[in-house]
Design a protein around this ligand. Structure first.
Ligand SMILES: Cc1ncc(C[n+]2csc(CCOP(=O)(O)OP(=O)(O)O)c2C)c(N)n1
Ligand SMILES: [Mg+2]
Length: 376
């Protein structure tokens, strides 16, 4: 793992023994307890993604995008944040909300877009977000989250707030105008933002080799006047170490960092995609051998913190948790149409109130059993 700064490259922590408990969070090392916590979160996200994709195929969910193969890059980086930091996701980082304490049931409700969804079904499925864990929605509009993250980070800094914004992007987003505008502004303003690019080798069917002529994505940071780091995105400790270092620098007023986490999208781009039409199965198999979850499990076993015998029980437990959340979520009613008018204005204008009343009357009339006709 190297760190490129103004053309120079240097090594940052990789594969070092985990640090001890209290100094670990915020520092470059993870304790054994942290590694276990991350392992459980990564396995939960894998199990959830598999179940949700199945639900989509059964017609019970409209759309889904999985993070399979990228759990270390996604969760290892999110783990380096403090509670009051903000996440601006790209396409696959919903699981960071769970790691940051968002409950599973409303999470599943967001995928279903039903009445248990705190965002009232207004988002596309898979575009979870929650103010409670300071995470905005996925950004299906590629790259738009990046200037937003810079703006939020800069505004917070101007208000004297020490928070950091972690902005995720894919390799494909590096070709968007928003990426370059965001990188430029972040550098000029020294905004406390960390850009975490999950280079998963594909932008739907376009390979990263067709995305850029640069020697890496990380190197692009040099042109904007701040450091870039390239890490093994399937090594959760390496991702954490690089992000923790970048977050600490941003918080201390040292400005932004671009981290390239090299990983691989094992599954389809989304439930709307068929990767067998453009990818060599041998490539997928080669990356499956580098699975970040297997890798962390081996690490934990080596540290005496996990035994192979516990795996089946963990799988059963997480499958049961996810199944229970799905069952409870599916038992909930749809979002009431009247909520359409909620959260639009702090004080509802008269015309919206009128429309709300009209809709409520219309819905009530439709719900009443039809009365016998008085016509003769
Ligand atoms: C502005 C914009 N252009 C194009 C698209 C279509 N699109 C959706 S996802 C995607 C590829 C994104 O690839 P990448 O940034 O590498 O993220 P990944 O899906 O690999 O996580 C594209 C081109 C879009 N949604 N928005
Ligand atoms: Mg990609």
């Amino acid at each position: 793992m190297g760190l490129a700064q103004n053309g120079a490259t240097r090594e940052v922590a990789a594969g070092a023994p985990p640090g001890k408990g209290k100094e670990a969070r915020g520092g470059p090392m993870l304790s054994g307890e942290d590694l276990l916590r991350l392992y459980l979160a990564m396995v939960l996200v894998r199990v959830l993604d598999q179940r949700m994709m199945t639900l989509q195929r059964q017609g019970r969910v409209g759309f889904y995008g999985a993070c399979t193969g990228q759990e270390a890059a996604c969760l290892g980086s999110a783990y380096a944040l403090r509670e009051n930091d903000w996440i601006f996701p790209s396409l696959r980082e919903g699981g960071a909300m769970l790691l940051r304490g968002f409950p599973l049931l409303p999470y599943v409700c967001q995928v279903l877009g039903n009445s248990g969804d705190p965002t009232k079904g207004r988002q596309m499925p898979s575009h979870q977000s929650a103010r409670s864990v300071r995470q905005v929605s996925w950004s299906s509009c590629i790259g738009t989250q990046l200037p937003q993250a810079v703006g939020a980070a800069w505004a917070a800094r101007r208000q004297g707030d020490e928070l950091v914004a972690l902005a995720y992007l894919g390799d494909g987003a590096t070709s968007s105008g928003d990426f370059h505008a965001a990188m430029n502004f972040a550098g000029v303003l020294r905004a406390p933002v960390v850009f975490l690019c999950q280079n998963n080798h594909w932008s739907i069917s376009l390979p990263t080799s067709r995305q850029t002529a640069s020697e890496s994505i990380a190197i692009k940071a040099v042109a904007y006047g701040f450091p870039g780091a390239k890490v093994d995105g399937n090594d959760v400790e390496a991702v954490y170490a690089a992000t923790a270092e970048a977050v600490a620098r941003a918080r201390a007023g040292g400005g932004p960092t671009l981290i390239e986490a090299e990983t691989y999208r094992i599954g389809a781009h989304s439930s709307s995609d068929d990767p067998t039409r453009y990818r060599d199965p041998a490539e997928v198999e080669a990356w499956m051998a580098k699975d970040p979850i297997d890798r962390l499990r081996h690490r934990l076993e080596g540290l005496g913190l996990w035994e192979a015998g516990r795996e089946a029980a963990l799988q059963a437990e997480l499958q049961a948790q996810v199944a229970a959340a799905i069952e409870q979520a599916e038992a909930l009613p749809k979002v009431a149409p009247e909520t359409l008018f909620d959260d639009v204005y702090a004080e509802e204008p008269w015309n919206l109130s009128e429309q709300r009343r009209e809709l409520t009357r219309g819905l009530a009339a439709r719900r009443r059993p039809s009365e016998p006709s008085k016509a003769v």
